[in-house]
Design a protein around this ligand. Structure first.
Ligand code: ZN
Length: 141
């Protein structure tokens, strides 16, 4: 991972290395930067892709692993606090060789081919994730 800090440490560009886990690498960047709240953007490519889809009626994530190599056409996420630690929540839209798109909640397991991210810290009291009975998700309380 290569980190290029900016704005007094409140922002950074990050390049993940080939072979790193996309989710885990970005979550590590968040931890290394000391962010407790913020935004994350990422573009790049992965050699495999692992997404989640939240089945609302069952209140659980299903895992999607579409075949092939993928461009990360857009990745958008946020950082907030969960169980006392910074937590990365990231969604991606990825495109395959014919340009068609898949997307969803990024789970660990996607292998970076190349990835360039922008992370920006936000000040103030960070949102804290708490269990939400209606959705079954950990949402900002
Ligand atoms: Zn999500």
């Amino acid at each position: 991972m290569r980190t290029y800090r900016s704005d007094g440490g409140d922002a950074a560009m990050v390049r993940l290395e080939t072979g790193e886990d996309l989710y885990d690498g970005l979550a590590q960047a968040v931890t290394d930067l000391g962010f407790r709240a913020g935004t994350v953007q990422v573009i790049g490519a992965v050699s495999n892709l692992v997404l989640g889809y939240y089945e609302q009626s069952a209140k659980e994530y299903r895992t999607l692993e579409p075949e092939g190599h993928w461009e990360i056409a857009a990745g958008l996420g946020n950082v907030s606090m969960k169980d006392g630690e910074p937590f990365l929540h990231l969604h991606v839209v990825a495109t395959g060789e014919d340009g068609s798109a898949v997307g969803g909640h990024l789970k660990p397991g996607s292998t970076v081919f190349a990835a360039e991210a922008y992370l920006r810290a936000l000040g103030g009291d960070p949102p804290v994730r708490e269990p939400d009975g209606e959705t079954g998700l950990d949402l900002w309380g």
